[in-house]
Design a protein around this ligand. Structure first.
Ligand SMILES: Cc1cc2nc3c(=O)[nH]c(=O)nc-3n(C[C@H](O)[C@H](O)[C@H](O)COP(=O)(O)OP(=O)(O)OC[C@H]3O[C@@H](n4cnc5c(N)ncnc54)[C@H](O)[C@@H]3O)c2cc1C
Length: 438
């Protein structure tokens, strides 16, 4: 494909418009920075880079190696690698002395902010309001002006997931954790229920116990999982996060994919073992070594099934205890939902919705190169990142393969092997064993 040079006139037509600048589209922007013939612009509604700002809890760490950055896996010589950031900031030698491969979320955000501030193609303060298709181009209406593009990459992330029974109560005292650090929260003297047994649930529980938002009277942690379960970060499980595994997974029938993804849940959604140990030790100290001023309860193996608000303004949560098979009731003044995120079709796509070939669950149907199936011309493409757990598997919402996915998209867009990515990348023989096929 031949690309037009970018021009900044009002009629500028981009080869690729990136919608949203989280780590995934930023990876694409960072790799495309080495391809000056491709005219791109990446639009972000925030005024400056922020990564899940409401979840930047004290002490939070990444779950993945710092080498799984925006570019290193496919272009280690890129100026936008994490190592390059360390050198630029004068931290290289000190960083080595920390012997860390997993960094704090604060440092990861600093890295991402440094990249986004230095990439010419990233444009903040621009919210995509509407995407149309006319005269063989995508037309993007933003808060600022209209842009035209031949191709798109959708990277506006996921939406907070709220259990249906909690939806009527959303407000100051019942909210999704995604707004915790960006809202005024006061838990002083309150009975708090933390719902959700993943990493966020663990961080919110511990920070609530430690009085991050005022000294709570009681904190209870409810999880559907049988216990508070660790992230499986062991070597063979990590092989799920390789291009080779994704390529095998892609060819499986849909019903099999669903079963496998749910079986692999703890490979991406468990709690980091270091954090579990820190939490357990703190609970030990609070139980045996000093008089704890906060009353706390651990309630695993319970599903929140219903919720109501009584006359005195307290929430009554009904839980199903899977171990005892009994229904239970707990009372809370504040309910914090650490219930994860889900893919919704972004509102801005409504004008072209009739052109999208969505599946029966309103999800994108993605090709192996992350192209959305749609009824437009073949040379006008819509790519989507973080939208293919159902098609590409467990690695898709994670950072592990972000650089590989960006390179896959760029190779498809440019119609050539701009980045070399098809080298064997797994120790496991996922397909047929060597020898005689039966
Ligand atoms: C707290 C937390 C910690 C995580 N930690 C890890 C980890 O350690 N390792 C790992 O592999 N994965 C991790 N993940 C999972 C995953 O890597 C992240 O969710 C990641 O942020 C996904 O990147 P994204 O670019 O798809 O979306 P997001 O980071 O959500 O970015 C989307 C961007 O689009 C912007 N946007 C939305 N709508 C519009 C619009 N209409 N116009 C313009 N811009 C818009 C948003 O402002 C946002 O900046 C974590 C997830 C969470 C929630």
């Amino acid at each position: 494909m031949k690309f037009a040079k970018i021009n900044t006139a009002d009629t500028e037509t981009l080869d690729l418009a990136g919608l949203g600048v989280g780590p995934f589209n930023m990876s694409l922007a960072a790799l495309l920075d080495s391809q000056p013939d491709v005219a791109t612009r990446f639009f972000e509604k925030q005024t400056a880079f922020g990564w899940h700002p409401g979840l930047m809890l004290p002490g939070a760490h990444m779950q993945t190696s710092c080498l799984k950055d925006l570019v290193t896996a496919v272009q280690p010589t890129s100026p936008w690698s994490f190592l390059s950031f360390l050198v630029n900031q004068g931290r290289f030698y000190s960083f080595l002395s920390t012997e860390k491969m997993v960094i704090s979320r604060t440092e990861f955000v600093e890295y991402l902010r440094w990249v986004s501030d230095n990439l010419d193609s990233v444009q903040f303060d621009t919210e995509i309001r509407e995407v149309n298709f006319s005269d063989n181009h995508f037309v993007l209406k933003t808060n600022d002006r209209v842009y035209k593009a031949r191709n798109l990459c959708l990277g506006t992330g996921k939406m907070p997931y709220v259990p249906e029974c909690a939806t009527p109560f959303l407000g100051v005292h019942c909210f999704h954790a995604s707004s915790l650090m960006t809202s005024e929260i006061n838990l002083a003297g309150k009975k708090v229920s933390v719902i959700g047994g993943g990493q966020t649930g663990a961080e919110v529980f511990l920070n609530s116990l430690r009085g991050q938002w005022g000294k709570a009277a009681q904190v209870q942690w409810v999880s559907r999982r049988a216990s508070f379960e660790p992230l499986d970060d062991s070597p063979f499980t990590n092989e799920y996060f390789t291009p080779d595994y994704v390529n095998q997974f892609l060819n499986l029938p849909d019903h099999k994919k669903e079963t496998i993804v749910s079986y692999q849940k703890l490979a991406s959604d468990g709690i980091t073992p270091d954090y579990l140990l820190e939490l357990y030790r703190e609970l030990y100290d609070r139980t045996y070594l000093h008089q704890d001023e906060v009353d706390w309860q651990l309630l695993p193996d319970r599903t929140l099934t219903d919720m109501s608000c009584n006359e005195s303004g307290h929430y009554e949560l009904r839980l199903n205890n899977a171990l005892s098979s009994n229904g239970e009731r707990v009372i809370a003044d504040v309910v914090i939902l650490c219930t994860g995120f889900q893919n919704n079709l972004p509102q801005y796509l409504e004008p072209i919705r009739p052109l999208l070939n969505l599946d029966s669950l309103d999800r994108f149907q993605l090709s192996s190169s992350f192209k959305v199936k749609w009824n437009g011309p073949d040379d006008r493409r819509i790519y989507a990142v973080n939208a293919g757990l159902h098609s590409h598997g467990i690695a898709e919402p994670q950072l592990s393969l972000a650089a590989w996915r960006s390179a896959t998209i760029i190779n498809d867009l440019t119609g050539k092997e701009t980045f070399r990515i098809n080298r064997p990348a797994s120790l496991i023989n996922w397909q047929e064993p060597m020898g005689v096929a039966i």
